[in-house]
Design a protein around this ligand. Structure first.
Ligand code: KIV
Ligand code: ZN
Length: 557
């Protein structure tokens, strides 16, 4: 059988009895390092052009990243050229540190420093692979041999840096494939590197622990990070960084748990582009912090610009459900969600803490509009349809009509499939409820109240028909006139009138539901005043049932 799980080896958990990280809460943003221009770029079908790199670099600076890995200049001429361009054209703000990657090989380290000549401050990121599988199968070297590569690389990084004293250097070491490395051995290599660099004597040092491949659940990664933090020498003098990949879909979770476990710094890419299933997504992790009331120290408020630039530079489109950034992430189609969101937004007062059902953050914080939140398809209910009419056309419907009309919208959605826009919903409402047959168009009305009630005269149609009736109120009086004239049995089941908000031509909306000769008819009308609207709605509802008024009048005469 090809699909055979027994071929895989379960990842061995870390044996740990002093686990503290599960009780920790993240209270501040880690130091961020954006690796879009290096790790992200290495994973693209078509690597970025210099112009694309520049555009993405400028965006990263604008968003507020202070550490940006810009490439692997010793391995790629375009990366070398881009690095030179940034330095020579003075495009790196003073508070931003560029970072470049190099393998721990002498000729590559040498060339890396050539790329960085003239930089005011920079991070030289040196790595070699330390996992069991790479030692045994790729390099054919033992633990000592692999450690020696790291130590030699660290020495050379230090030696060459000394030739450029005008640059403020930070050294970074990554035991690549850390997640597949025995922890005691990883600590041994890290200690050997920091023994060369001596962060305790003032050298700025970052130790970056990559989940080059995400091999286990994020709690296991957190255990690995906590273990390293507890067991390396000179811990307090180094910045512990994590660099997670997303092979199991938990890159962000692993990054977050690693921060709980003691990591000071997190590397990732905007929207998570990177090798295989991607790098840790900086947008998601930063916005997760923001949604907990923590300043993420990067500004994602122009999310449309972020997605535009990332899409243009990576040529990868954003998934519509991408956390915080996707087109649909603030949209509810489901009726119960729409209803709850609508009620919470109405309940909320300016200045309140954000506490809205189904919306973990305020869409406005990311430049989105509440208008996008409620969208209608066949899954939507009365609340959503009512919300759209109210929001876009200032038409409020009574509950009974919301229920009736939403069924009509649902039918339309089922017939055509997909989404129904606000314009179509309004047109359906007009056609079904507001349309007035000229034969039943109200021209004038006259109401006189005496001790016994109201005497009503209504004129409608062309040529005009005039009816007179008496009742306790205006509606009752006209109902009586219609019953007498057309020989129908007519009862009003519900009616509601609303004054309309600014921005509409009419001042009033009336909605009515009648039972006429045992059949239910509903109608609505817009008019200058509420009485006209109500009488018109009544005439329209009766008209729907009886057809042309003259013919019925003639028939009943
Ligand atoms: O994923 C990885 O291990 C890397 C290293 C070079 C840090 O990208
Ligand atoms: Zn990586």
């Amino acid at each position: 059988m090809a699909f055979d799980h027994s071929k895989y080896i379960p990842f061995q958990p870390v044996r740990k009895t002093d686990r503290r990280w599960p009780d920790k809460v993240i209270e501040k943003a880690p130091d961020w390092c954006a690796v879009d221009l290096r790790d992200g770029n290495q994973a693209l079908v078509k690597p970025m052009t210099v112009a694309q790199k520049q555009r993405l670099f400028d965006l990263l600076v604008k968003v507020g990243f202070k550490q940006i890995e810009i490439g692997f200049p010793a391995a790629s001429q375009p990366d070398f050229d881009f690095c030179r361009k940034l330095i020579e054209e003075n495009r790196i703000p003073d508070d931003v540190r560029i970072q470049v990657l190099t393998q721990a090989r002498p000729e590559l380290i040498e060339r890396t420093y050539q790329a960085l000549e003239g930089a005011k401050r920079a991070i030289v990121h040196v790595y070699n692979s330390t996992s069991t599988v790479q030692r045994e199968q790729v390099f054919g070297m033992d633990r000592e041999g692999i450690k020696q590569i790291a130590v030699n690389g660290a020495r050379l990084v230090q030696e060459i840096a000394a030739r450029y004293p005008d640059t403020d250097w930070t050294f970074q070491y990554s035991p690549e494939s850390f997640t597949g490395t025995e922890l005691d051995y990883a600590a041994e290599v890290i200690d050997a590197v920091t023994e060369v660099w001596r962060p305790d004597q003032g050298q700025k040092v970052i130790i970056n622990l990559p989940a080059t491949v995400e091999m286990a659940t994020p709690n296991v990664f957190a255990d690995q990070i906590e273990w390293i933090c507890d067991n390396i020498q000179r811990r307090e003098h180094v910045s512990i960084s994590v660099h997670t990949h997303n092979d199991r879909g938990c890159g962000v979770a692993a990054g977050e748990l690693a921060v709980m476990a003691g990591a000071d710094r997190v590397e990732g890419t905007l929207m998570g582009n990177g090798e295989r299933t991607g790098n840790m997504d900086l947008v998601t992790m930063a916005m997760n912090l923001y949604s907990q009331g923590i300043d993420p120290k990067v500004d994602m408020s122009n999310m449309a610009e972020i997605t535009d630039v990332v899409e243009a530079c990576t040529e990868i489109s954003t998934h519509p459900r991408h956390p915080y950034a996707g087109e649909l992430v603030f949209t509810a189609f489901s009726g119960s969600h729409q209803d709850a969101i609508r009620k919470c937004l109405a309940y909320r007062k300016e200045g309140d803490k954000w506490n809205v059902a189904y919306l973990p953050i305020d869409p406005k914080d990311l430049g989105r509009r509440y208008e996008e939140v409620v969208r209608i398809n066949s899954q939507s209910g009365k609340g959503g349809v009512a919300h759209v009419l109210e929001r876009d056309y200032k038409i409020s419907l009574p509950r009974w009509l919301q229920i009736e009309f939403s069924q009509c919208v649902q039918k339309e959605a089922e017939t055509h499939g997909g989404e129904i826009d606000s314009h179509t919903i309004h047109r359906l409402f007009e056609d079904r409820y507001l349309a007035v047959d000229n034969a039943w168009r109200l021209t004038t009305y006259d109401l006189h109240r005496d001790e016994e009630g109201v005497n009503a005269t209504v004129k409608f149609g062309q040529p005009a028909i005039e009816l007179k009736g008496h009742g306790l109120g205006a509606v009752e009086a006209v109902v009586a006139a219609l019953q007498d004239t057309y020989g129908i049995t007519l009862a009003v089941e519900a009616y509601d009138e609303f004054a309309l908000g600014e921005g509409t031509n009419a001042n009033a909306l009336a909605c009515i539901r009648i039972v006429v000769d045992g059949e239910i008819r509903s109608s609505a009308a817009l008019a200058e005043d509420t009485t006209s609207a109500t009488l018109q709605a009544l005439l329209s509802a009766v008209g729907n049932h009886v057809g042309a008024p003259e013919s019925v009048a003639a028939a009943t005469a």
